[in-house]
Design a protein around this ligand. Structure first.
Ligand SMILES: C[S@@+](CC[C@H](N)C(=O)[O-])C[C@H]1O[C@@H](n2cnc3c(N)ncnc32)[C@H](O)[C@@H]1O
Length: 285
C-alpha cells in the first residue's frame, strides 16, 4: 500500500482520492489556496501548500489538476521534489485527456483553413488561457473572442448550482488570472478580443458576428445555456460548438444545459463525443 499525497483539493482531487484510496493510503491533500488549509475533502485533510511536503513521509504525489498541471509540477520540482515521486499513471491519463481535445481542435482547424476569414472563433470560460492559446494558434487568421470574468465564478451562477444541486463550486474559484496573463500567451494577439465580465452580459454588440468554432468551458449550468442560446443560431454550416465537462461527474449542470437547450430548440442536437472522456462537440449542419 503506497502513501499518497494529492496536490489539488478541488473536485478532481476528491474524485482521484476516492479512486486511489481503494488500494493506497491517502495521507492528505496539498493546495496553494490557503483558505482550504485545515479543511477536509472526503474526510481527508488539506495539510497546507508545497512547503508542507518536507514534513511528510510519502511514496507518491498525484497532481489533481489539468489546467494548472505544468505550473504545479514546476513548483514541486523547484521545491526539490524528484521526478520519480510523481504518479505517472494518473499524470498520463490527465495529459491524454487534454491532448485529445487539442488534437480535435488541430484536426478540425486543418479542414477549415479555406473558410471566410470574417467568421470568428470564441471561447467562453478562459481562465489562464491554456486552450485559448491553442485556438489562437490553430486559427491565426480568425478573430478570437474570449469571455471570462477573470475574477472566477460569479455569485449568481454559484447560487443556481447550489440550489439545483448541479455542483459544489464556490464563488471566485478560478480567480487567479487576468487579461494580461492570457494575452501574453497568445501567438496572434492582434486577433484576440477580450470580453471581460459576467457572461452573457459581455455579448452585447456581437449580434451580427458569425462563428466557426466555439469552446464553452464555463463548468456551470447558466452560462453554458446562455452560450448555446447565443452562439447556436450564429454558427456557420459545418461549424462546431465544443462543450467541456459534458461527461464530468461533478459538473451536472453542463449536460443539463445542453438538454434544456435542445428542448427549447425543439430538435435533436448532433452530439459527438471527442474521445477525451469529458467533452462533446455539437456539430452544426
Ligand atoms: C474551467 S475554467 C476555464 C478553463 C479554460 N478553458 C482553460 O483552457 O484553462 C472556467 C472559467 O469560466 C469562467 N466563468 C464561469 N462562469 C462565468 C460567467 N458567468 N461569466 C464569465 N466567466 C465565467 C470562470 O471565471 C473560469 O475562469
Amino acid at each position: 500500500m503506497k502513501k499518497i499525497v494529492i496536490f489539488g483539493a478541488g473536485n478532481l482531487g476528491g474524485v482521484l482520492a476516492s479512486e486511489l484510496s481503494e488500494k493506497n493510503e491517502i495521507i492528505g491533500f496539498l493546495d496553494n489556496n490557503e483558505s482550504l488549509w485545515g479543511s477536509k475533502v472526503g474526510g481527508v485533510e488539506v495539510l497546507g501548500g508545497v512547503s508542507k511536503l518536507k514534513e511528510l513521509i510519502y511514496d507518491e504525489i498525484v497532481i489533481a489538476s489539468t489546467m494548472r498541471f505544468d505550473e504545479i509540477r514546476e513548483s514541486l520540482l523547484e521545491e526539490g521534489i524528484s521526478d520519480d515521486k510523481f504518479n505517472k499513471e494518473i499524470q498520463n491519463r490527465l495529459l491524454v485527456e487534454v491532448q485529445a481535445r487539442v488534437n480535435f481542435l488541430r484536426d478540425f482547424a486543418s479542414i477549415h483553413q479555406e473558410e471566410d476569414m470574417s467568421v470568428c472563433v470564441a471561447e467562453g470560460g478562459v481562465f489562464q488561457g491554456m486552450f485559448a492559446r491553442e485556438i489562437n494558434t490553430r486559427f491565426p487568421q480568425h478573430k478570437l473572442y474570449l469571455f471570462d470574468t477573470f475574477e472566477g465564478f460569479n455569485k449568481k451562477d454559484v447560487e443556481v448550482e447550489t440550489e439545483q444541486g448541479y455542483s459544489k463550486v464556490k464563488e471566485n474559484y478560478y480567480s487567479e488570472t487576468s487579461e494580461e496573463i492570457v494575452l501574453k500567451k497568445m501567438p496572434n494577439r492582434e486577433q484576440v478580443v477580450i470580453r471581460k465580465g459576467f457572461f452573457p452580459d459581455t455579448l452585447v454588440g456581437l449580434e451580427e458576428e458569425r462563428f466557426l468554432f466555439v469552446n464553452l468551458d464555463f463548468d456551470l449550468y447558466a452560462p453554458t445555456l446562455d452560450g448555446l442560446r447565443f452562439f447556436y443560431p450564429r454558427m456557420v454550416s459545418g461549424s462546431v460548438i465544443l462543450i467541456h465537462d459534458y461527461f464530468t461527474q461533478f459538473y451536472h449542470g453542463v449536460a443539463k444545459a445542453v438538454s434544456v437547450f435542445e428542448e427549447e430548440l425543439g430538435k435533436k442536437l448532433v452530439r459527438l463525443p471527442i474521445g477525451d472522456g469529458i467533452s462533446i462537440a455539437i456539430a452544426i449542419m
